[in-house]
Design a protein. Structure first.
Length: 244
């Protein structure tokens, strides 16, 4: 049975501080889990958790994944930016044009995100988290569509996007040119089979779709089977958790 996207995982220098920023900014609830670390539970239809774990190494390059956050009006966009800055975000320059309508920010640990201008038709029917925007190939968009069982909602000029049939954010891949992958990615997907599923069978299915094995992850506090570390066809690592 197909896994679901259980969580988006952040490596954090200070998980408690970073989780507080995102909880206050998104309006999500913070919980603690012995296996999952500090977790944010969505207050909307996002459909996945956000979890924060201690980073094994510092951030040294631009992330290959970021949030695109939506706005309902120019005032709403300004208010969202002001709220982020008040909570500890900052403006950053990643090469955007002064004429671009979106605003590029970074959270307190430098993780990039964008506040999109109102009137964006691609994200018109999405919530506040409009998209998880990824640097990646057309082939990896196809992989994740099959891996999660989410249909393609965009496939043009080597750019792809998928979305859960239940709604929530889109996941997009921008096609070439690709940013170089340097060091460990600080944002990763955690997948999990359903409660009646089989972790090993799901790992084998993902390998058959084009994933590669990166080795077992560390054990868990409760003694349940350890997550399995894989990489998608572009080399981005993700974990397959025990059923839940």
């Amino acid at each position: 049975m197909t896994s679901h996207l259980h969580a988006l995982c952040y490596d954090a220098d200070d998980p408690e501080r970073l989780s507080r920023f995102w909880a206050e900014f998104l309006g999500w609830k913070i919980t603690d889990d012995p296996d999952d670390g500090i977790v944010l539970v969505p207050s909307d239809d996002t459909g996945f958790l956000i979890r924060f774990v201690p980073a094994p190494e510092p951030k040294t390059s631009q992330n290959l994944l970021h949030f695109d956050l939506t706005s309902t009006s120019e005032d709403d966009q300004r208010e969202t930016v002001a709220k982020a800055l008040e909570l500890g975000a900052r403006h950053i320059d990643i090469g955007q044009s002064p004429d671009d309508g979106h605003v590029v920010l970074a959270d307190p640990e430098g993780n990039e995100f964008c506040v999109i201008e109102p009137g964006n038709s691609f994200l018109a029917d999405c919530g506040f988290i409009g998209a998880l925007a990824c640097d990646g190939s057309q082939a990896v968009g196809y992989f994740w569509s099959r891996a999660l069982g989410w249909p393609l909602v965009w496939d043009q000029d080597q750019e792809t996007a998928i979305r859960s049939p239940h709604g929530g954010p889109k996941v997009t891949w921008g096609g070439p040119p690709h940013m170089p992958m340097t060091g460990r990615a600080r944002l990763r997907f955690d997948l999990a089979p359903p409660a009646d599923g089989d972790q090993q069978a799901e790992v084998e299915r993902l390998l058959s779709l084009g994933a590669t094995r990166r080795g077992p992850a560390t054990g868990t506090a409760t003694g349940e089977p350890a997550p399995v570390l894989l990489a998608d066809p572009d080399g981005q690592e993700f974990r397959v958790l025990p059923p839940r």
